[in-house]
Ligand binder design. Structure first.
Ligand code: I24
Ligand code: DGL
Length: 270
């Protein structure tokens, strides 16, 4: 009997569901196995060593499902662990930083690019490295915005407080002469309106979820690994923490995508 190989997608919690939604939209035949480390989220304030260890634990767990590729759908985990994991796992592993960086290089006219993300992501310099590797003469300015994830997680993205928090968080970057700003955190696209208001119409905002889904598509196509069956897949979603809360957010966010493809919800302690 033929068993369809899945795309394994992981994140510190629920933020990686932004990538899941895009994959479901662009590649509806692909089976997804998702792991959200909700018991240990957020990763943003943690040390590189800790995030690397946690990410490796999740990859070790997901590898037993024999996935066709692994997607690290968390910017902080990508910054800390992608290189090490890609070097030791025998299947393609991608993160969300390279796709976002490539989209920014395509978008910029002046070569001046801004990046915002968690403390872990910005401290790592991973975006600057990815951008300069793609285009050596770009100028990159970056700013950690640790206040913003909690606003999104409290569902407070259309309030005056969140607008003020966005304005304050962007203080260090809003006067920089950039024409492109990478939203280098899974949660920031939920604040795209206030971010756009603060940065002004001259700054293009880049979210990486759709770019990452396109990269997944390219890799699977190149390897002749795209799913071809007519049946809709059955996805598997795991989390390490409160399963009820995880399901509530995932059902709300993925909504209609889940009408077409059933999900098996599981809790795991790794
Ligand atoms: N959005 C995010 N995280 C949450 C949340 C949210 N609660 C409400 N909304 N909670 O991330 C995270 C905390 N935990 C703790 C333990 O278990 C699971 C989660 C934003 C990314 C979502 C894809 C607001 C909300 C929602 C549904 C969709 C989008 C959204 F409820 F922003
Ligand atoms: N998923 C994380 C990221 O993209 C944000 C949430 C967290 O700090 O865990 O960096």
């Amino acid at each position: 009997m033929f068993v369809q190989q899945a795309i394994a997608i992981l994140d510190s919690g629920v933020g990686g569901l932004t990538v899941v939604k895009e994959v479901m939209r662009q590649l509806p035949r692909e089976k997804i196995i998702y792991f959200g480390d909700t018991a240990r989220a957020p990763y943003g304030p943690r040390s590189t060593e800790e995030v690397k260890l946690f990410t490796e634990q999740i990859v070790d767990y997901l590898i037993q499902f024999n996935p066709k590729m692994i997607v690290i759908a968390c910017n902080t985990a990508t910054a800390a662990a992608l290189e090490d994991i890609a070097a030791k796992v025998p299947i393609p592993v991608i993160g969300v930083i390279h796709p976002g960086a490539r989209a920014a290089i395509t978008a910029t006219k002046t070569g001046r690019i801004g990046v915002i993300g968690t403390v872990g992501t910005i401290k790592s310099g991973a975006y600057t490295a990815a951008l300069q590797q793609l285009s050596p003469f770009v100028q990159v300015v970056s700013q950690a915005c640790p206040a913003l994830v909690p606003y999104v997680e409290q569902g407070l993205f259309r309030t005056t407080e969140s607008e003020n928090a966005v304005a304050e968080s962007l203080n260090g970057i809003k006067y920089e002469p950039i024409d492109t700003l990478i939203l280098g955190c899974t949660h920031y696209p939920f604040l795209i309106e206030p971010i756009g208001k603060v940065m002004g119409p001259g700054v293009k905002l880049i979210s990486s979820a759709d770019e990452t889904a396109r990269e997944i598509s390219t890799i699977l196509y190149d390897k002749g690994k795209l799913a071809s069956g007519d049946d809709s897949p059955i996805h598997q979603f795991f989390c390490s923490g409160d399963a009820e809360m995880f399901q509530r957010i995932a059902r709300d966010w993925l909504g209609e995508q889940l009408q077409r493809a059933p999900v098996v919800w599981q809790i795991s302690t790794l």
